[in-house]
Write a protein that binds this ligand. Structure first.
Ligand SMILES: [Fe+2]
Length: 289
């Protein structure tokens, strides 16, 4: 008669297996923590993409826009991080630099001094911005004054201007924050001829779903969601500050009204990010075939 196999492992083997499992999970958790709080936030990435625009005049085929958003200075970005982001944007040699909001953070006791933060920013047609919800909550008037007095950024909320090249035009427009400000895209673009393509800065990407006025927008540039900050390896975010779930988490998205590119934003320090590195974006506009 062969001897019967034991149905349970000896106590020593069970203990050894449990210890091994605990050590494995511990190492995994430690790895994720280091990634989320240490390495990932410092991994400021530079994303580039081409975006085709319907009716884009030949003169603007290849027009370059550097997009930087969500600094949350000085709570979630240091001056060093902002300088690094600006240097990345400059290296793209942009025609336009677009900064759609959250320059500072609602947790500041007083609006910070923006002196020197954006001085190095260079773009042929200017450095433009709009306010985000945090800028309003930190103190709208003081943020506007600080940006106007201490930075080269021109705020264009509910305003627009034309860039002209050889008799052809591209419109750059902006709106204020969807949650905390006034949204008037029709007023911003009232004087633009219907055939002129438009780029619209809006801090909150949800506008691409919620815009009720019938105004042509070819591409909206947004931030706000920070890419969801803490994501699974497949990109799914646990929390996205949007009324539309994962839809406007990050990247190029077709909204109900128009397309939007959502950047993951620059903020990093003390800001836990997992599988969601901070981002500076280089967008090249292309004539849609
Ligand atoms: Fe933000």
């Amino acid at each position: 008669m062969p001897e019967a196999m034991p149905t349970t492992l000896p106590r020593d083997s069970r203990l050894a297996r449990r210890t091994l499992l605990k050590a494995t999970f511990g190492a995994l958790a430690a790895g994720i923590a280091v990634e989320a709080f240490g390495l990932e936030p410092r991994r400021l990435s530079f994303q580039t993409l081409d975006i085709p625009i319907r009716g884009l005049p030949d003169a603007f085929d290849g027009y370059r826009i550097a997009l930087l958003s969500d600094f949350h200075f000085p709570v979630w970005s240091s001056a060093e991080t902002v300088h690094k982001a600006v240097a990345m944007a400059n290296a793209f040699h942009p025609d336009l630099m677009a900064l759609p909001g959250d320059f500072t953070d609602k947790r500041v006791k007083s609006v910070p001094d923006f002196s020197g933060l954006f001085d190095a920013a260079r773009a042929k047609d200017g450095v433009v911005g709009t306010l985000g919800n945090h800028d309003h909550l930190a103190g709208e008037a003081a943020v506007r004054r600080g940006i106007a007095d201490k930075t080269p950024i021109r705020l264009i909320d509910n305003k627009s201007f034309l860039v002209e090249r050889g008799g052809q035009a591209l419109a750059i427009a902006g709106v204020d924050d969807l949650w905390e400000g006034a949204i008037m895209p029709d007023r911003a673009m009232a004087k633009i001829a219907p055939e002129v393509p438009r780029i619209l800065l809006s801090h909150n990407p949800d506008l691409a779903e919620e815009m009720t006025v019938k105004v042509r927008v070819d591409l909206q540039l947004s931030g706000h969601t920070h890419g969801g900050s803490v994501c699974l390896p497949n990109g799914y975010a646990l929390i996205v500050p949007s009324l539309y779930g994962q839809k406007f988490r990050s990247g190029l998205v077709q909204g109900r009204s128009h397309r939007v590119y959502v950047t993951r934003g620059v903020c990093s320090i003390l800001h836990n990010r997992l599988f969601c590195p901070p981002e500076v974006t280089g967008i090249t506009l292309r004539k849609q075939k």
